[in-house]
Ligand binder design. Structure first.
Ligand code: NDP
Length: 278
């Protein structure tokens, strides 16, 4: 019997979730349908009620509905509670709806497993303090980095996140201007979690921070390297990655939650990379 899933966002036409989940389903021999839904920005509740009442078993949730999904869930995982945002809803055996957040899993497994780069004792700089950062801070802190600095245009948003995640580990917060106070190559890893790349912009990071050995990650992904990844390459950076692995990794964790089987990420990443270029 076919099991029904969907991804909800606005806009949603660009979402690669149907491609990824259908590829996972083929790999693990699950019979599923996976659709896109695009309610109005105030229409999440009605859409979620309609979908689950019609027998839907799981939903992925993207911008701008992750907080709506958090409020909709009847139970939350600890990581979704801490993030204050839900990207995965799953019907439980007794009929309640569990809300989870798999973004942190996607990012950290991409960096530590796919790219083979442990984060323990490393100095990390995260740029941005929006929804994506909320979803990943817990898992980044749980890797026990030597330092985690959060830089954001609007400092108060970074400070609010630092206080939410303080029980997990220390987060230092700075404005972009203050980054020039750090030495050349101070950070082992810089994660661009701003949405600047979507607009073709660079976050205002001083180039003195970037050394050839600085590992640079941009959560944004696309057919071409982002402007941030092109910029760090022009400064001699040797290792960098976009957020495609995070995207496929967070989807894999949602898939495991729904189907009880963890799919293989690497072949689906390769297929998606080809699909983006086509
Ligand atoms: P939000 O809208 O919640 O937050 C955007 C963040 O970017 C804010 O911190 C904002 O700063 C900052 N920002 C925007 N423009 C600029 C700029 N020109 N210079 C400096 N800072 C800027 O977005 P999300 O957190 O949800 O998403 C961030 C990015 O991560 C997006 O590109 C998204 O596509 C990507 N993403 C990728 C995922 C993946 O699986 N690969 C998963 C989730 C997100 P301020 O607070 O000052 O406004």
């Amino acid at each position: 019997m076919t099991k029904h899933y969907q991804v909800v966002g606005n806009p949603i036409a660009q979402s690669k979730s149907p491609f990824i989940h259908m590829a996972f389903a083929q790999q693990t021999q699950q019979h599923i349908s996976y659709q896109r839904a695009c309610p109005e920005v105030d229409g999440f509740l009605v859409e979620a009620q309609r979908f689950f009442a019609s027998g839907g078993l799981g939903m992925n949730v993207t911008a701008p509905f992750k907080l709506d999904a958090y409020n909709f869930a009847s139970q939350l995982t600890p990581r979704a509670t801490l993030a204050g945002a839900v990207n995965t809803l799953a019907v439980q055996e007794e009929g309640s709806i569990l809300g989870d957040n798999t973004d942190g899993y996607g990012l950290v497994t991409d960096i530590t497993q796919q790219l083979g780069w442990p984060l323990r004792d490393k100095k990390l700089l995260v740029l941005g303090a929006g929804g994506a950062v909320r979803g990943v801070l817990q898992m980044l802190l749980e890797q026990r980095p030597a330092q985690l600095v959060l830089a954001n245009r609007t400092l108060v948003k970074a400070e609010a996140l630092a206080s939410v995640f303080a029980p997990i580990g220390p987060v230092e917060t700075v404005e972009f201007d203050a980054l020039s106070g750090f030495a050349h190559g101070h950070f082992d890893l810089i994660i661009n979690a701003t949405s600047a790349s979507l607009a073709g912009d660079l976050p205002p990071v001083p180039e003195t921070l970037i050394a050839p050995a600085t590992y640079c990650y941009d959560m944004t992904y696309g057919a071409q390297p982002t402007v941030f990844l092109r910029w760090v390459a022009s400064l001699g950076v040797r290792v960098s990655a976009d957020g495609l692995g995070m995207l496929v990794g967070q989807a894999a964790e949602s898939f495991r939650l729904w189907h009880g089987v963890m799919p293989e990420v690497k072949p689906v990443m390769a297929a998606l990379r080809q699909h983006l270029k086509a």
